[in-house]
Design a protein around this ligand. Sequence first.
Ligand code: CMP
Length: 149
Amino acid sequence: MAERTFVMIKPDGVQRGLIGEIIKRLERVGLKPVAMKFIRMSREQAEKLYAVHKGKPFYESLIEYVTSGPVVVSVREGPKAIEIVRKIIGATDPAKAAPGTIRGDFALDISHNVIHASDSKESFEYEHKIFFSEDEIVKRERIDEKRLI
Ligand code: CMP
């Protein structure tokens, strides 16, 4: 099975009308969506998602912000999906994110950085289960993949 990763378009990305642009960038490098939802996450889900940051100075404002409006959560599939998505989204701090990356092109500051994605297989396993049950992940093949065989 190809690698999977968890991707979330954050409230600022949704509010600024960037859903289509972000999905386009992920799709054109062949990262297939296998699950996607438009949700307003609960405080409990936010605390789970960002549990590793509990106690850090930005934790409370991060939880408040990520629950402040709708987000798009998704699971993407493709070879080396985790590494490729991290490259496409760019560094956490937009000041360090290269031009051409999603954050480099659109993020306003480190708190409003448009998108989140898993940084390892372990974080994917943990993160996607907060939002998706196993039967919500769709098994599929893309038409162009079939033609390559
Ligand atoms: P994300 O990839 O979603 O993971 C944790 C988030 O915390 C990060 O993106 C940032 O949006 C947010 N954050 C806010 N302040 C900081 C900070 N000083 N260092 C790291 N992350 C921060």
